[in-house]
Each structure stands twice: as structure tokens, then as C-alpha cells.
Write a protein that binds this ligand. Structure first.
Ligand code: ZN
Length: 144
């Protein structure tokens, strides 16, 4: 059995090397772009809704392992949720990262791997970047 830190590390590296939901969406309902100049992270996301739920969340990103793994996990975690449910999940995640809340998501347990990032305050921004980009996307391109 691996120590917890190494387990976290493996989950993060796996998402970094094999990011989920990579790509773009034509005619998205929302689109967002976020950067973290401190470490060169750059994420773009496209969101398509169907019947009020997130049918598809695609992304293209570059940057450090933490930001890219967080982006990959976010797409998996938010897909299928309504906008309101997604907002709640984002708030929960941000609380977990920034205010010491827990990162336990029954619907997507991989997110717990980002617990390890909290020990490195400069990387917290990397982990939160995709989630802030998601919130900004909702603001900048409200769906009709
Ligand atoms: Zn970063």
C-alpha cells in the first residue's frame, strides 16, 4: 500500500499525462479562458448544455501538472450537473482548497488527490485556476 502522498501524486500525474475531455466544442453555450502568470498555466474551456445540464465540458490547457490535473478532474466532476449543481461543486472545491475545507466528492473521488497540494501554498492557485475559469465562463457568456 502506497503512502497517501504518493497515491495523491500518482492520481495527479495520471491526469496530467492523460487528460480527460481534451478538445474544443463548436457553438458552446459558455467559453472561458484563464491564465496564471506565476507559473505559465493557461486553460481554455468550452461548455455545452442540454436540458439545463452540462452535456459536455471540453478543455485545452498547458502548464504545470497541478493545474492540468485539476482541469482534467474538473471536467469529469462537473459533467452531467446542472449549472446550479456545478456552481455548488466549484464553491465546495474552492472552500476545500482555500479555506481548509475537505476535498471529498462522492461523485468524483479523484479530487481528493489535490489535498496534497494544500501543503504548497503557491500551487493552490494552480489547482483553483480551472474552477475560477469555469465560473468566469458562466458570467461572460450567459446562455440564451
Ligand atoms: Zn501551475
Amino acid at each position: 500500500m502506497l503512502p497517501l502522498d504518493e497515491l495523491y501524486q500518482e492520481v495527479i500525474l495520471d491526469h496530467y499525462k492523460n487528460p480527460k475531455n481534451q478538445g474544443t466544442i463548436e457553438n458552446p453555450d459558455y467559453k472561458g479562458h484563464g491564465v496564471n502568470p506565476l507559473c505559465g498555466d493557461d486553460v481554455e474551456i468550452w461548455i455545452k448544455l442540454e436540458n439545463g445540464k452540462i452535456k459536455s465540458l471540453k478543455s485545452i490547457g498547458k502548464g504545470c501538472a497541478v493545474s492540468q490535473a485539476s482541469l482534467s478532474m474538473m471536467g469529469e466532476a462537473l459533467q452531467g450537473k446542472s449549472i446550479e449543481e456545478a456552481r455548488q461543486a466549484v464553491e465546495k472545491f474552492k472552500k476545500g482548497m482555500l479555506e481548509g475545507g475537505e476535498l471529498h466528492f462522492e461523485e468524483y473521488p479523484d479530487l481528493e488527490a489535490l489535498e496534497g497540494v494544500k501543503k504548497f501554498p503557491v500551487r493552490i492557485k494552480c489547482a483553483v485556476l480551472p474552477w475560477n475559469t469555469f465560473l468566469e465562463a458562466l458570467e461572460s457568456h450567459p446562455s440564451a
